[in-house]
Design a protein around this ligand. Structure first.
Ligand code: ASP
Ligand code: MG
Length: 431
């Protein structure tokens, strides 16, 4: 069994949906396949906005936002289904009517509950359109509602997975679906929504923004899939953000651990939440381009051999560096450190880098308009504090002498830390 995940960008218009069908056709043999889909294009953002208007009682603007979302989906459907009498239009009509009916009643006071109720529409209509289109395109499939597969608690907007119940539900339903496909001599193909879950009581939940990758991993975990493929608009995992480094290159193969490390330092790779279930069952994760599906892309698996072949660069801008000195010139030891850490924890400030000497402790973190001044105020009760703004933190995994020289050529390095695998430098922002 394999799992494919297609994000919003891969189903943003009729051509891209047709491309998804092509990819499934070319990559789907006899092995059963589950396809996890996101909402189309930027629909999730639009529905979030709609939800805010709903909660804020801004009725006129809300109806306008609703109409925009509705017509965008009808437009895509018309691009895919030339026959205006096709049943897809009735299905969409009904889904949007349900949303309309919901938002024209007064909102309850649980924002997160309302959010999940409304925002889930994006994935629901996206899978309705794509599933019916695949049927037309010679890819008969079964659409399974994710609310009955991914069983969660009622922590709306960031629901936690019940692994035992979900595994059981996924195994039972998907195995049943594949069996029926095989009996009917159809290539086993199941479509479901990413990002959505459901409580045992039947309420719809969501798993947090960008949650569809996680859905793919949960299903793969439960079914002990042979692989997960995430189809993206980039050629695979890159060693730097191509918007910052033009000559970013592809990482053909990294280990789960390396991917988790990279994301810890701030790289926008795959979220550790997605990687952990795959790691525990040793299921490889591929990242491939839906624009160039024949290219190999990247794979994340158990193999650590290539982890150090290519240095990876992670840039964090807008960094603050504070140096903290005990007012009584006492040494920086456990007692002072625990006070400092408690202040950081209380204000929810995550240290990106820390270092200490006998009488000072320094830490670098993201500037935040409200958290930073509040933290400084508290620190100053016990310590004298110096601080610098407008710094960049550069992290290089598997650094080489050459890449350090290149990075620091015209920059002033304020602080530096090296381990065997990782170099971190705080540099003054180049103007
Ligand atoms: N549609 C959701 C989002 O945009 C989930 C996802 O695409 O992963 O956050
Ligand atoms: Mg997305």
């Amino acid at each position: 069994m394999r799992v494919f995940k297609f994000g919003g960008a891969s189903v943003k218009n009729p051509e891209s949906v047709q491309n998804v069908a092509r990819i499934i056709k070319n990559h789907h043999g006899t092995e059963p396949l589950v396809v996890v889909l996101s909402a189309m294009g930027k629909t999730t953002n639009a529905l979030e906005e709609l939800c805010n208007l709903f909660m804020g009682g801004k009725r006129t603007q809300m109806i306008k936002a609703y109409n925009q979302i509705r017509s965008a989906h009808f437009e895509i459907a018309h691009g895919l289904f030339p026959d205006p009498g096709h049943p897809v239009f009735q299905v969409l009509e009904q889904s949007f009517y349900q949303l309309y009916y919901y938002i024209t009643e007064p909102p309850g006071d649980n924002y997160n509950y309302e959010y999940d109720r409304i925002v889930s529409t994006g994935e629901l209509v996206s899978t309705q359109i794509v599933s019916m289109y695949l049927n037309e395109a010679g890819l008969p499939n079964r659409l399974f509602p994710a609310q009955k597969l991914i069983i969660t608690d009622a922590n709306f907007r960031d629901a936690r997975i019940d692994w035992i119940m979900s595994s059981r539900a996924i195994q039972e339903q998907l195995t049943g679906g594949f069996r029926r496909d095989q009996e009917e001599k159809l290539p086993p193909l199941i479509i479901t929504q990413g990002f959505l879950g459901g409580t045992p009581q039947g309420f719809t939940t969501t798993l947090g923004r960008e949650g569809s990758d996680f859905t793919a991993a949960i299903i793969a975990y439960a079914m002990q899939a042979m692989e997960v493929v995430i189809w993206k608009d980039v050629p695979g995992l890159l060693n730097a953000d191509p918007k910052i480094m033009e000559n970013a290159v592809l990482l053909p193969n990294i280990s789960y651990q390396e991917a988790i490390e990279l994301s810890y330092y701030g790289a926008k790779v795959i979220h550790p939440k997605t990687l952990k279930p795959l790691l525990s069952k040793k299921i490889p994760l591929k990242v491939k381009s839906f624009q160039e599906p024949e290219l190999p892309g990247s794979v994340i698996n158990n193999n650590e051999q290539q982890d150090n072949h290519i240095p990876s660069y992670i840039f964090k801008h807008n960094q603050v560096l504070v140096s903290i000195f005990p007012r009584d010139f006492s040494f920086i030891a456990e007692e002072n450190l625990s006070r400092i850490f408690a202040d950081f924890a209380r204000h929810g400030v995550k240290m990106n880098l820390m270092q200490n000497s006998a009488i000072s402790f320094s830490a670098c973190f993201d500037l935040d308009k409200t958290k930073t001044p509040a933290l400084l105020r508290d620190l100053r009760k016990m310590f004298s504090v110096k601080y610098n703004e407008n710094l960049d933190l550069i992290t290089v995994r598997h650094y080489t002498r050459a890449c350090i020289d290149k990075l620091t050529a015209h920059k002033e390095v304020v602080m530096e830390q090296k381990s065997r695998t990782t170099l971190q430098m705080i540099v003054k922002k180049s103007s």
